[in-house]
Each structure stands twice: as structure tokens, then as C-alpha cells.
Design a protein around this ligand. Structure first.
Ligand code: AMP
Length: 391
């Protein structure tokens, strides 16, 4: 048997590259299953480090430190896809890495990812890869890509590195604004909904999913996720079918989130892939039998995947950004007690020392009998965080 497909038994050490909230929730799931967790990142006292067995502090490009870290764990995974290729290769010299470097290579670069999806027949927004203002102008005109969104081809998340362009006249300023040598011009999608399918694929090639999650963004950052997405069953089935096919094609071992648009005319289009647990899947912690983090542990350790049955008809998750601390984050702590007056609401905080606007600090979830009740529960709790109590 291929050694990377053998089960790694509880008690062994798992390595996590990265040390944010995704690593933290992964670590909590791994420790519940009896694994030890080592985390590696350039920072100290991190969300992951606070709950891990070992916190290694070193830069990602210190390849000797990466090799040493990798040699002390039975399997290594990561909580963000922008791991430099050399770092992933150095780790793979010393231990099993899931998902593998090829999955990272494709998903950490927007242009490669879109090309992979298109070339394999997956539904994507019409787009063109451009390297200069001239190429951008020609593509916009000849391929009818306006209005559109111009995005850097390389790293970028939460709407960073992208500019909306409406007319040919917008292009010079947009090209200058993103200041890059390689970009993707995508046609603007007139969408009914943004949604995601969070799925996990085990070493045996079996894929499980949680159906479709509905995502609502504010300022390009995920604000609210709702399960199940309020879409026609046929669109849901199509989204799940596309997600399964993508995980199979990429031969992913682990969790992958497929972010999609449902267009106003009922088409499902893939926007982005995240080869790891995803913010929209946090509601599976309370909402489903085995959450996305447990699935990631099971998949990378070669264990059978867990059941994905829902524990209630609906669930919802609201993100807590640093903004809920207000203008004086050092003194104005949110009213946690008021938020939790609804016993259905669960609070997750990531242990970040300082609250900054736009920084993901935690989230709230609730299970309920209907999607509207779940949404009302988490939004109500979030609102109570910032109201002044009448004393
Ligand atoms: P991304 O970084 O590609 O996930 O984009 C961040 C957000 O920008 C998405 O969640 C959408 O709300 C919006 N967006 C990105 N691409 C498009 C597009 N082609 N058409 C419409 N909205 C888009």
C-alpha cells in the first residue's frame, strides 16, 4: 500500500502550517480524537498555538526549520493555501503532506485555478488571462467581458487585489490600481446567490458533503452563512455534483470548499476553490454530526470520514469581526453575556490579542427549526453584543 494512504493512528503528531483560527478549530478536533498537534508559523501566542501541543515560531521560507518541523510529525497539513511551493516541497521530503503540492499549486493562483476548471469542463465565469493594458483592452473588447472584475492572478483573498470595471475607459486606472504583471479579467456575474459546497475526500476516494451553504458577504468578507441554502433542489444537486467532480479530478485528500455563484438564470458557476476547511463551513461544528474540521483530521490521517447528517433542520453562522469592539477595542469589550441570553446561540472566539476592523475574531452559530429562525438567532445575538444595556 502507498505509505501516504495508511491510517495514522490517534496518539500520533499532526503538523499544521499556519496558526490562525482554521488551525485552531482543526487542532481542537484533532485533540478530541487523541492526536497531538504541532503548529508552525512566524508568530507566537497564535490562535492555533494556544491550543496546540507544540508551537514552532519560524518564517515559512526557513526551509531547514520546515524540514525539522516536518520530521517531527506523522502527517502535515496547512490552514491556508498560499504556502510557498518551496515550503511545501521541503515538508514533503520529510513527511506525508495532505493535500499534496499539486493541489496547492493550482489553487493558490487564480489564473491556474480558472484554467484548470475551464479546461476540465467545469462551469466558470467567462474570463481572460492578461499581462498588459493592451491585452486587457483587447480581451475586454473581443471577448465581451465588460462589465467585469479585474483580479490579480496570484495571491488574494476576501476581495483584495480586485477592481470592478464597467467600460473600456475604466481599464487604464484599474490596470494601474492592481499593479501587477498578470491578471484575470472576469465577466461580472449577475448572481442570485453566493454559495459554497464544503466537501471532504478520504484516502479511499470517497467524497462526502454537507449540501449547499448560502453565503452573504459584506465588504467582500463573509458575513453570514445559512444551511441549507434557499435554492431550488435542481440547482443544489448541480452544485454538489460539480463539487464532487472537482475533488475527484484534483485527487484531493482532505476538505475542500467550492465557492460558487447561482446566476439569475439558474446556472451554477464556480468562483473559487479553497483546499481546506472554510469559513462558510463553521456552522457544521454545531449543525452536523461530524464537522468540517473533524473530516479534515480523519481524511489527512487516512481514517474513514464521519457522518454528515444534520443535527437540526437548519443552522446559521455570523462572523464577528474586530468591528464589534467599536472604536475603543481596548476598553469596549462586546457584551458577551447579552449575546448568549439565547441558549441556542454558540460563541466561538479565536484568542486573537487585538481587535482590528475587518479582522476575523470569532463567530456565532445556532441550530434551529428553520433557516429564518437560525438567521434571527445569530443576527440577534450579534446585535446584542454592541448595544448598551439599560441598567
Ligand atoms: P473572490 O476574491 O474572487 O472570492 O471575490 C470576492 C467577492 O467579490 C465575491 O464573493 C463576490 O461577491 C465578488 N465577485 C468576485 N468575482 C465576481 C464576478 N465575476 N461577478 C460578480 N461578483 C464577483
Amino acid at each position: 500500500m502507498n505509505p501516504s494512504r495508511q491510517a495514522i493512528e490517534p496518539g500520533a503528531a499532526i503538523g499544521v502550517l499556519g496558526s490562525g483560527q482554521l488551525g485552531r478549530m482543526f487542532t481542537i478536533a484533532a485533540r478530541r480524537l487523541g492526536y497531538r498537534v504541532h503548529t508552525y508559523s512566524p508568530e507566537t501566542d497564535t490562535p492555533t498555538g494556544q491550543v496546540a501541543d507544540v508551537e514552532v515560531v519560524a518564517p515559512y521560507d526557513d526551509l531547514d526549520a520546515v524540514r525539522k518541523f516536518a520530521s517531527q510529525v506523522k502527517v502535515l497539513t496547512f490552514e491556508f493555501e498560499n504556502v510557498p511551493a518551496a515550503t511545501a516541497r521541503a515538508a514533503a521530503e520529510k513527511t506525508i503532506v495532505h493535500p499534496d503540492g499539486q493541489v496547492l499549486h493550482i489553487t493558490q493562483h487564480r489564473a491556474r485555478e480558472k484554467t484548470f476548471l475551464r479546461d476540465n469542463g467545469f462551469p466558470v465565469t467567462p474570463f481572460a488571462l492578461v499581462h498588459s493594458l493592451e491585452e486587457l483592452t483587447t480581451a475586454a473588447r473581443e471577448q465581451n467581458l465588460l462589465p467585469g472584475v479585474l483580479k490579480t492572478a496570484g495571491f488574494g483573498y476576501d476581495g483584495k487585489g480586485q477592481v470592478k470595471v464597467r467600460t473600456l475607459e475604466d481599464l487604464p486606472a484599474a490596470w494601474q490600481a492592481i499593479s501587477t504583471t498578470e491578471a484575470v479579467l472576469e465577466k461580472m456575474v449577475d448572481f442570485e446567490m453566493e454559495m459554497s459546497v464544503v466537501a471532504a475526500r478520504g484516502v479511499d476516494g470517497r467524497v462526502v458533503d454537507y449540501g449547499v451553504i448560502e453565503n452573504i458577504h459584506a465588504n467582500h468578507i463573509l458575513d453570514l452563512s445559512v444551511w441549507p441554502a434557499r435554492i431550488p433542489a435542481s440547482a443544489g444537486a448541480r452544485a454538489v455534483e460539480v463539487a464532487h467532480a472537482i475533488l475527484q479530478k484534483l485527487d484531493v485528500i482532505g476538505v475542500m470548499a467550492v465557492e460558487m455563484f447561482l446566476t439569475r438564470d439558474g446556472q451554477v458557476l464556480v468562483n473559487e476553490l479553497a483546499p481546506r476547511p472554510h469559513n462558510s463551513g463553521h456552522l457544521t461544528i454545531e449543525g452536523h454530526n461530524s464537522c468540517q474540521f473533524e473530516q479534515q483530521v480523519r481524511a489527512v490521517c487516512g481514517l474513514p470520514l464521519g457522518g454528515v447528517e444534520p443535527l437540526a433542520p437548519a443552522s446559521a453562522m455570523a462572523n464577528l469581526l474586530g468591528d464589534v469592539w467599536g472604536d475603543r477595542p481596548d476598553v469596549d469589550s462586546p457584551h458577551w453575556d447579552l449575546a448568549l441570553t439565547d441558549p441556542a446561540v454558540k460563541l466561538h472566539l479565536y484568542g486573537k490579542a487585538s481587535a482590528r476592523k475587518g479582522r476575523k475574531m470569532g463567530h456565532l452559530t445556532a441550530r434551529a427549526a428553520s433557516t429564518q429562525q437560525a438567521i434571527d438567532a445569530v443576527l440577534g445575538a450579534r446585535q446584542r453584543l454592541t448595544v448598551q444595556p439599560s441598567r
